[in-house]
Design a protein around this ligand. Structure first.
Ligand SMILES: Cc1cc2nc3c(=O)[nH]c(=O)nc-3n(C[C@H](O)[C@H](O)[C@H](O)COP(=O)(O)OP(=O)(O)OC[C@H]3O[C@@H](n4cnc5c(N)ncnc54)[C@H](O)[C@@H]3O)c2cc1C
Length: 393
């Protein structure tokens, strides 16, 4: 049986009532897809619809610039969009709050302060959270999500650099060897080295996929990146199981000491979907069909990391797909509201991935093609700066 959220009478009274005439579209989460929707909804649609964005923070942070921001290469302004200004510019009402649940039958979302916002149509673009099954009893352990934690990581590293008690070595452990873990780990190392510290960086990973991939690269690539990898420790195929008192315990029984540990162990979905009785997959992502529409409730849509597809295809959780989905999401919201047939999202098979390394180098990967050098780094910077420039225009 589907679990329904129960809302008290008081919560109902607190509810922001849907206007008698105008219909309301509530956008939950200021992720990539919703920023696109806000900018690209037709003005005729906005004229007949009240559009409300509800998002946890008053800024939206762009992950493409996360490692650069950790190093201090990008400022907070470069990396973020002010949601209040953005919404004002595009005639959308902004509410800074967190949606903790929603009731798809009675059509309202429940906010963390107990109030509710009623909707005719709702769309979710709330991203993902770091998934981990490690037992963590340590305040020197940081997650890569939400992205604002990179500022906490930066503060911690700066603090370690200033208070190093004459031992000028900082021990960093990164758990997770996917793109985010590699980028953030190397950026943390770069930051500490820029403060004249020596860094002992260890990557802990359940699989050896990344390092195996490096070993199959052409010789020129391996030579170019040799200096980056030579003094890094790899603990692969030996997952971490516990983090306690500045030590990580691996499955093999090995313990590694650290000054700071960073977790980039994959992602899972928001608890809010589970609370709402809507269909979710094993990782708590809301299940949608190829129209980006909830498989149980036709007035509920979603895009980006927070959704999982009930189709023969599923797509990787990254910003590239969130932006591709956004183009279909905005059309389908408009089509649905006007009672017209929806269009299907057809994901591209391959996507361009550029991982920033150190010393101005990056790895560009597209399907079986890969390229390491300074040029991929410049391409990444150009893509990232342009994305933010276009968003703020
Ligand atoms: C370090 C790092 C680097 C990355 N680099 C890249 C990269 O270079 N390229 C790439 O394609 N992908 C990259 N990714 C992945 C990328 O960050 C995500 O796939 C992408 O951000 C997903 O976008 P989204 O629109 O789904 O959600 P997000 O960008 O995560 O946005 C979600 C928004 O919803 C808000 N929110 C969350 N919960 C609630 C709630 N309950 N109520 C209201 N608001 C809520 C959040 O505050 C946030 O504003 C990286 C990830 C990390 C961690």
């Amino acid at each position: 049986m589907i679990k329904r959220n129960s809302f008290s009478d008081m919560e109902q009274r607190n509810s922001e009532k849907v206007g008698a005439q105008m219909e309301t579209l509530v956008l939950v989460g200021g992720g990539h897809a919703h920023l696109y929707v806000i900018k690209n909804l037709k003005s005729s649609t906005k004229a007949r619809l009240q559009v409300i964005l509800i998002s946890t923070m008053d800024k939206q942070y762009y992950s493409g610039m996360a490692s650069g921001s950790l190093e201090g290469y990008y400022s907070e302004d470069d990396m973020s969009v002010d949601l209040m200004d953005y919404c004002k510019k595009h005639q959308v009402k902004f509410i800074k709050n967190t949606v903790i649940s929603f009731n798809p039958d009675s059509k309202y979302v429940l906010l963390s302060d107990g109030s509710t916002v009623a909707y005719h149509y709702v769309s979710f673009n709330v991203g993902s959270i770091t998934k981990t099954n490690l037992s963590i009893k340590d305040s020197n352990c940081f997650f890569v999500k939400p992205l604002t934690s990179i500022y906490d990581i930066r503060t911690k590293i700066m603090d370690l650099c200033e208070n190093h008690n004459r031992v000028n070595i900082i021990k960093i452990v990164v758990v997770g060897t996917g793109a985010a873990g590699i980028e953030i780990g190397l950026a943390a190392k770069t930051l500490a080295e820029s403060k004249q510290m020596k860094v002992n960086l260890t990557f802990v990973g359940a699989s050896a996929e990344f390092i195996n991939g490096l070993q199959t690269q052409p010789k020129t690539t391996r030579i170019k990146t040799y200096r980056i990898w030579q003094d890094i420790n790899w603990e692969l195929k030996d997952p971490g199981i516990e983090i306690n008192r500045n030590k990580i315990l691996l499955q093999s029984g090995k313990k590694i000491q650290f000054d700071i540990s960073i977790l980039a162990t994959g992602v899972s979905g928001s608890e809010l979907f589970k609370q709402s009785g809507t269909k979710t997959d094993d990782n708590h992502f809301m299940v949608v069909n190829e129209y980006l529409q909830n498989v149980r409730y036709s007035t509920v849509f979603g895009a980006g990391d927070c959704v999982s597809f009930d189709t023969p295809f599923n797509v990787p959780k990254n910003g590239v797909y969130a932006i591709k989905e956004a183009k279909v999401l905005v059309k389908n919201l408009e089509l649905f509201i006007s009672g017209k047939p929806l269009i299907a999202f057809k994901p591209q098979k391959h996507f361009l991935s550029i991982i920033a390394l150190q010393e101005g180098l990056a790895i560009l990967v597209y399907n079986h093609f890969s390229w390491v050098g300074k040029m991929p780094f410049h391409i990444k910077e150009w893509i990232d700066r342009n994305y933010m420039k276009r968003l703020k225009r």
